[in-house]
Design a protein around this ligand. Structure first.
Ligand code: COA
Length: 162
């Protein structure tokens, strides 16, 4: 049973993240989406809200579960008996950050591999920040996020557009 962890802040989850997740489901017997608190990023949604937004979108994959984690990712992975971490590389600009993070995680836990996959190029410019920015001004984000996420963003930003 090969188990991987797909960690992220997911504030909010996008179709780009789901593309990475789908690739992970084809490579692993079990995939855990691990939602980081990421307090330093001052997320718009709480970790629990982010889990709630992700859950209906992963129902199609029975071997995917969603949970939150705090603290070091590698410690969470070891506690979950995971074999690998999976991350997406959208563009060259992601590489340096991801490379450093993978090497630090390897330093902390040498037995844990980080696997990179490339999401479909149509998502190469998608990011949670840009989606939130477009949503703030009432722009159409349906190409980038599932309907329940679009609805949550609309609610979150409704007062600021009045
Ligand atoms: N499609 C669309 N967007 C994507 C994407 C994809 N396939 N892959 C990444 N992104 C975007 C996200 O939208 C997000 O955009 P934003 O910065 O505008 O919000 C950004 O890239 C990265 O976010 P995300 O994928 O959600 O992950 P993250 O980089 O915030 O996650 C953790 C980082 C949580 C994995 C990392 O901080 C961590 O492990 N924290 C725990 C503490 C720890 O162990 N630290 C030591 C690590 S070396």
């Amino acid at each position: 049973m090969r188990h991987c962890i797909y960690p992220g802040t997911f504030d909010p989850i996008t179709y780009g993240h789901l593309d990475v997740l789908e690739r992970a489901t084809r490579l692993f017997d079990k995939v855990t989406v691990a939602v980081a608190e990421s307090a330093g990023k001052a997320p718009l949604f709480t970790a629990e809200q982010r889990v709630e937004m992700i859950t209906p979108n992963v129902k199609v994959w029975p071997h995917v579960t969603v949970t939150t984690f705090r603290g070091l990712l590698v410690e969470f992975c070891m506690a979950q008996k995971a074999d690998a971490i999976i991350r997406g590389l959208r563009a060259l600009s992601d590489f340096e950050f991801e490379f450093n993070m993978a090497l630090m995680n390897r330093h902390l836990e040498p037995n844990l591999e980080t696997i990179f996959v490339m999401p479909n190029e149509q998502f190469s410019y998608t990011s949670s920040t840009l989606v939130k920015q477009v949503a703030t001004f009432g722009g159409d984000i349906s190409h980038f996020v599932p309907p329940n996420v679009a609805a949550a963003l609309k609610t979150a930003f409704a007062p600021s557009r009045q």
